[in-house]
Design a protein around this ligand. Structure first.
Ligand SMILES: [Ca+2]
Length: 385
């Protein structure tokens, strides 16, 4: 079937469609997919809304039985089965502090979830001493978390409700990597006695691996794996190298992509691109001995969130491309990568009008997106034809 290829069609979508296009879109509507075709340099695609009515969905995990678990920043974990959002949230979820940018954040299945049912949830947690980023491990069975325990908690806490980070991955070494932001206080970012502005590496029981880069330093927190990361909102594994790729929110004009490596200082706020959102200069330095350069930075900022390498069969043209969601600039960015170099960048979904919170490679070979709103959606990105 031929797809629709006019920009007029796109700009008309909020008004009335010309009769001929309406007729064509009726034919295209074979399922719940939007009839709208989005064009891109290498592939045209449509969106399929899997579920909606989620409160600021933040992260999605794909269960082996084909269902999905989705966190809502408001504090719940929801189950979606065959496009049906279960009315009851997952039971025994941790109590997340939905305050500022905080709430229920990332959800990650153990690589052997099919055998052990173990998953990890990160969230903002509040007690009398303030707020922090925390990780619980639990077993998921029958719509509930079982044997849930806290395995990581960043210190110290503060009253600041910003920059919790929270993204997690488990690369080939089998350790859990969890990102913690600078908590809205840049002075914490280069203090190695502070858990803020870092990627931490722990065992899945919450212990400190002996091989962590700063374990022998008295002035450093032992779980630190990196330092100087302002607010990581995307982490994913490279499909070939297994390396941990991340992006972080920088200041105005300084969002970055980095590869996370042991003991590396990513510089914030000693070096950075961009300026403070107030307009003030943070530093005049963009590089310094002993601090890593980003692979890529965005000026103007896009407020990236969620990231995934495309590895599916539905879009052979996109194999190996890196997809990044954007909150503020409401788009999906496709980056072409050669080894560890960003070679090209294309903006997708600029007409969709949604903040994108998460971008994942689904087990079904297509990208899945979460939109960030009070009526958040789970969306699949499928070929146009
Ligand atoms: Ca940096």
């Amino acid at each position: 079937m031929r797809y629709i290829r006019t920009s007029a069609y796109r700009s008309n979508r909020h008004t009335s469609l010309p009769a001929t296009l309406t007729a064509i879109s009726a034919i295209l509507l074979a399922g719940p997919a939007s009839a709208e075709v989005y064009q891109s340099a290498k592939a045209d695609f449509r969106l399929v809304t899997v579920a909606e009515g989620l409160e600021h969905p933040w992260s999605i995990a794909f269960l082996p039985d084909g269902s999905q678990l989705v966190t809502e920043r408001s504090g719940r974990i929801r189950l979606i089965t065959d496009g049906e959002l279960a009315a009851s949230p997952v039971a025994n979820a941790p109590e997340a502090a939905a305050q500022g940018q905080g709430g229920m954040l990332d959800i990650l299945l153990h690589p052997e979830f099919g055998q052990n049912n173990i998953l990890f949830v990160s969230y903002a947690h509040r007690n009398r001493e303030g707020l922090t980023t925390r990780v619980d491990r639990a077993q998921y069975r029958d719509g509930a978390l079982h044997d849930r325990k806290t395995i990581f908690e960043a210190e110290p806490r503060s009253s600041n409700g910003r920059h919790f980070a929270g993204r997690m991955v488990i690369p080939g070494d089998g350790y859990l990597y969890v990102a913690v932001g600078d908590r809205g206080d840049m002075d914490r970012a280069q203090d190695f006695g502070d858990d803020a502005a870092a990627v931490h590496r722990i065992t899945i029981d919450g212990k400190v691996p002996d091989s962590n880069p700063f374990v022998d330093r008295d002035d450093a927190r032992p779980t630190l794996f990196t330092k100087g990361n302002r607010n990581i909102q995307g982490m994913t594994l490279h499909p070939d190298t297994g390396a941990v790729w991340s992006h972080e929110h920088g200041p105005r004009g300084g969002d970055e992509i980095n590869i996370i490596e042991a003991g590396v200082n990513y510089g914030w706020p000693k070096i950075t691109y961009g300026i403070d959102y107030s307009g003030a200069r943070i530093t005049d330095k963009t590089e310094m001995e002993g601090m890593a350069q980003p692979l890529h930075y965005w000026d103007p900022s896009i407020a990236p969130s969620g990231m995934a390498f495309y590895t599916g069969d539905a879009f052979p043209q996109w194999q190996g491309d890196l997809f990044v969601g954007a909150l503020r600039s409401q788009k999906l960015v496709r980056l072409t990568i050669d080894d560890e170099e960003v070679q090209g960048e294309e903006d997708l979904l600029t007409g969709y009008g949604e903040r994108l919170r998460d971008v994942r490679m689904g087990p079904d070979g297509v990208l899945w997106l979460l939109t960030d709103s009070a009526n958040g959606k789970v969306v699949q990105l499928v070929p146009a034809e």
